[in-house]
Design a protein around this ligand. Sequence first.
Ligand SMILES: [Zn+2]
Ligand SMILES: [Zn+2]
Length: 299
Amino acid sequence: MQRRVFLRNTALLAGAGLLFQKQAAARFFRTSEYNIRMLTSRAGIFTERGGTIGFLVTDDGIVAIDAQFPDTAQHFIDEAKKKSEKSVAYLLNTHHHGDHTAGNIAFKGIVSHVLAHENSLANQKAVAEKANNLDKQLLPDITFRDETKLKIGKAKIKGYYFGAGHTNGDAVYHLEDEGLVHMGDLLFNRRHPFVDRPGGASMVSWTGVLDKIAAKFGKDTTYIFGHAGTGYDVTGKQADLVAFRDYLQRVLDFANAEIKAGRTKEDFLKNTSIPGVTEWTGDGIQRPLAAAWDELTSK
Ligand SMILES: [Zn+2]
Ligand SMILES: [Zn+2]
């Protein structure tokens, strides 16, 4: 299925973009065996295992957003090496979780910089120190707090931080010329999310973060998501942000009502559905239920 999608999108490349960038993109994607899909003439996504990797082909090298795991990152890098003169030049991390940064190490000696939010760096370091595997990390060497601007070749990329959500260090990257925004794990498309409270997550703040993103980038933007439920896409539009925001709010409202009604957490976690939620189903419902309960009762 992925390969068919890839071929179809490759055919679409012919019509758009500056000559060099078109050629660079074409070289990069000619015979991919991996799950690569172009979203514009120069930018796309790589999916194998872990959080979605976004990328942008520029005339100054490829920019990768997130790194999955060492083995899958290597698949991505191998493709880049074969298909593009300049390979991967920059790596941006959306947040510190292993399914997005464990693969950073595969980019060692290849990329000139690794960028992340300052809390993402602190979290990545803290988790690695605890697991005693700091030597297996390639840590970000550039961090930002509120906003950052990169110019790579002719491409303009902006990084934003809108507050705590899935963790306390979730960066959002805007590929301005492509009309693409990589949201990392700030959006789980029709799949119950992980909520990393030890990593600074806040479901209450998360709803506000989604409002800010939707308002900032609007309806014309295509958003890249870290994860999606079976049968759902890892890209989408503003309506998907609104739907996920609504889902989070319903989880919070449900927890609030049950707390007020004097239920125990144990009983609350036995719920298999959330009132008013129809599209977020399947495994993992205890994750957001527990996180909402803990957040609302810890105040
Ligand atoms: Zn993830
Ligand atoms: Zn995550």
